[in-house]
Ligand binder design. Structure first.
Ligand code: GDP
Ligand code: GDP
Length: 509
C-alpha cells in the first residue's frame, strides 16, 4: 500500500490532515522516549482510496532551534525515505517562512516524489501563500484546507495518480446499501404500499459511496439519489460550469512517439498559454500546465515534460508504459493521438486499453489528417478496427486534426469537454429500474437450474466513469451475452458513448 508522509514545520496543519484522513484508525508505531510527540502512522481513507499515512508532527518540535537540522535529518528523513510520496505542507496564510525553505532545501534532494500542499486555503485566505509556494521549486503547489475539507478532490487526484489503492470494499458497501434498498422496496411492496411510495422508499437507500467527502467542491457529489431527472441535469450543468470556471479539466495527450503530441501541445499553448505560476522556469518541474482556453480552465498533462525528465536519467526515448500510465492517471480525459500516416497500430490499442482499464474518458485524435487522401476509406477501416478491439468503449469520439496547421484543434478540446460530461453522468434509480423492466420484458433472461434468471434491481453506484450494480437472482448463471445486452442498452438509453461503463452483478437473494 502507498505510504504518504506529512512533512512540514510545526503548526502548518499536519496533525489536522492526519486526523481527517485516518480518523480513529490510528496505530502508534514509534513512542521512543525523547521524541516530543509520537510518530503516528495509520491507515487512511479518502473517498474510495486507501493508503498509509505517517504524521511527522512533533518530530521537529524541539527547544533549541539549532538542533533542528540534526533532528530533521534523523527522524523526518527516515519518514521521507520510507514513504512513497511526501506531502510537504505549508501554511498558506502565513506564507513561506525560512523554516519552510529549510524543508524545501532538504526535499529538493530526496528521491521520494514531493507534492507541496498549501494548507489553510479555505475561501481565498491562502491565495498569497499559494502563489509564493511556486517559489519553493518543488513543482505545482496544491491548495487544501485540512480543517474545512476544501480542495479535497485535488488531494484525491494527487493520491490517486500516485497509486493509492481504490478500495473494493467500498464497492461492496455500495452493493450492500443497494441491497438494503431492494429489501426495503420488497418490504414496502409486501406492506401493501402503492407503487410510487414503494419506489420512494427504495430510492432512499443507495447513495454514491466513496466520493462523499467531496461535497465541498461541488463537482463530485451533492447529488441526491432520489433526485428527479431535472435535478440531476441541473447538477450536471453545475458541474460543467464549475469545471470550466474554477476547476480545471485535466487532459492528457498520449500516443506513440512521433504521433505529433509535442506539436499539438506547442500549438495549443503557443496560442493562449496562461500559467498559474509566475515563473516560467519553475513550471519546468511541474508535470502539468494550466491553461485558459476560450474562458475555460484546462490542465494539460505535460507528457513531453515527463519525457524530458526521463532523458535526464539517461533513459532512451521511447514510449514508456509507466510514463503513459502516469499521465493517464492524472487525467480526467485522455486524448489518444494516432498518426494518420500509419493508421491504428497495435501499440495504439495497448494504450487505448490502459486508458479504458483506468476508467478514463477517451477521445481519439487522428493527427496528420493533411496527409490523408481517402478520408472515407480511412474512417471506415478505423471504425472497423475499433469496434473489433475496443467494444467496451463503443462510440469513442474521433476527431481528425492537423497539429502542425492547427486545424480542428478547437473541436478536439470541445470533444474533451463533451466526453467529460458523459463521464460524470448520473442516472436516477427510478429511471434505471423502469428501464430495466422494459429491457427484461423485451428480451427475457434465460433459465438456469430450472428457474428463470431475474434482474431485480439496478442502481448507479459511481460516476467517473459510470458504474452500476444489478441485483440478479443467480448472478453466476447470467451469460456474458446478456450482460453485454444490458451494458449496450445502458449506453444507448442513457447516452453514455465513449466512456467505460461498468456493471457489477450482485445476488439478490
Ligand atoms: P501541525 O503542528 O503541523 O501538526 O499542525 P496542527 O494540525 O496541530 O495545526 C496547527 C493549527 O492550525 C491548529 O490550530 C489547527 O486548528 C490549525 N489548522 C489546521 N488546518 C487548518 C486549516 O485548513 N485552516 C485553518 N484556518 N486552520 C487550520
Ligand atoms: P511526438 O513524438 O508525439 O511529440 O511527435 P512530434 O510532435 O515531435 O511530431 C513528430 C513529427 O510529426 C514531426 O516531424 C512533426 O512535424 C510531424 N507532425 C506533427 N503534426 C503533424 C501534422 O499535423 N501533419 C503533418 N504532416 N506532420 C505533423
Amino acid at each position: 500500500m502507498l505510504t504518504v508522509a506529512l512533512v512540514g514545520r510545526p503548526n502548518v496543519g499536519k496533525s489536522t490532515l492526519f486526523n481527517r484522513l485516518v480518523g480513529r484508525r490510528i496505530a502508534i508505531v514509534d513512542d521512543t522516549p525523547g521524541v516530543t510527540r509520537d510518530r503516528r502512522m495509520g491507515e487512511a481513507r479518502l473517498g474510495n482510496l486507501r493508503f498509509n499515512v505517517v504524521d511527522t508532527a512533533g518530530l521537529e518540535e524541539i527547544e533549541d532551534p539549532s538542533d533542528l537540522n540534526a533532528r530533521m535529518q534523523a527522524q523526518t528523513r527516515t519518514a521521507i525515505d520510507d514513504a512513497d510520496l511526501v506531502l510537504f505542507m505549508i501554511d498558506g496564510r502565513a506564507g513561506i517562512t525560512p523554516s519552510d525553505e529549510h524543508f524545501a532545501d532538504l526535499l529538493r534532494r530526496v528521491e521520494t516524489p514531493v507534492v507541496v500542499v498549501v494548507n489553510k486555503c479555505e475561501g481565498r485566505a491562502g491565495d498569497m501563500g499559494l502563489a509564493e509556494a511556486w517559489g519553493l521549486g518543488l513543482g505545482e503547489p496544491m491548495p487544501l484546507s485540512a480543517a474545512h475539507g476544501d480542495h479535497t478532490s485535488d488531494l484525491y487526484d494527487v493520491l490517486s495518480a500516485h497509486g493509492a489503492a481504490h478500495a473494493e470494499a467500498l464497492e461492496d458497501a455500495a452493493a450492500a446499501e443497494a441491497e438494503a434498498a431492494a429489501a426495503r422496496r420488497r418490504a414496502a411492496a409486501r406492506a401493501g404500499a402503492e407503487g410510487a411510495e414503494a419506489e420512494e422508499l427504495a430510492e432512499h437507500g443507495p447513495r454514491e459511496v466513496g466520493l462523499d467527502d467531496f461535497d465541498d467542491d461541488g463537482s463530485d457529489v451533492d447529488i441526491d439519489e432520489d433526485a428527479d431527472e431535472e435535478t440531476l441535469a441541473a447538477a450536471e450543468e453545475r458541474a460543467m460550469a464549475e469545471i470550466g470556471r474554477q476547476k480545471a479539466l485535466q487532459i492528457a495527450i498520449v500516443g506513440r512517439p512521433n504521433a505529433g503530441k509535442s506539436t499539438l501541445m506547442n500549438h495549443l499553448l503557443g496560442e493562449d498559454r496562461v500559467l498559474t505560476g509566475p515563473e516560467a522556469g519553475i513550471t519546468r518541474d511541474a508535470i502539468a500546465v494550466d491553461w485558459l482556453h476560450a474562458g475555460r480552465r484546462i490542465r494539460l498533462i505535460d507528457t513531453a515534460g515527463m519525457r524530458r525528465k526521463a532523458r535526464i536519467d539517461d533513459r532512451i526515448e521511447k514510449m514508456s508504459v509507466d510514463e503513459t500510465l502516469r499521465a493517464i492517471r492524472f487525467a480526467h480525459v485522455v486524448v489518444l493521438m494516432i498518426d494518420a500516416e500509419r493508421g491504428l497500430e497495435k501499440q495504439d490499442m495497448t494504450i487505448a486499453r490502459l486508458i479504458v482499464d483506468e476508467g478514463r474518458a477517451l477521445v481519439l485524435a487522428v493527427n496528420k489528417w493533411d496527409t490523408v487522401t481517402d478520408a472515407d476509406a480511412f474512417m471506415t477501416e478505423l471504425r472497423r478496427r475499433m469496434s473489433h478491439v475496443m467494444p467496451q468503449v463503443k462510440g469513442v469520439p474521433v476527431v481528425t486534426i492537423s497539429a502542425l496547421a492547427g486545424h480542428n484543434t478547437d473541436r478536439l478540446i470541445d470533444a474533451c469537454f463533451d466526453i467529460y460530461r458523459i463521464w460524470n453522468r448520473r442516472v436516477s434509480t427510478g429511471r434505471l429500474n423502469r428501464w430495466l423492466e422494459r429491457m427484461t420484458e423485451n428480451y427475457p433472461p434465460p433459465m438456469a437450474n430450472g428457474r428463470r434468471l431475474r434482474l431485480r434491481y439496478i442502481t448507479q453506484i459511481k460516476t467517473r466513469p459510470p458504474g452500476f450494480a444489478i441485483f440478479v437472482s443467480q448472478p453466476k448463471e447470467l451469460p456474458d451475452s446478456y450482460v453485454r445486452y444490458v451494458v449496450n442498452g445502458l449506453r444507448d438509453s442513457f447516452d453514455l458513448p465513449g466512456v467505460p461503463v461498468r456493471v457489477v452483478l450482485r445476488t439478490s437473494e
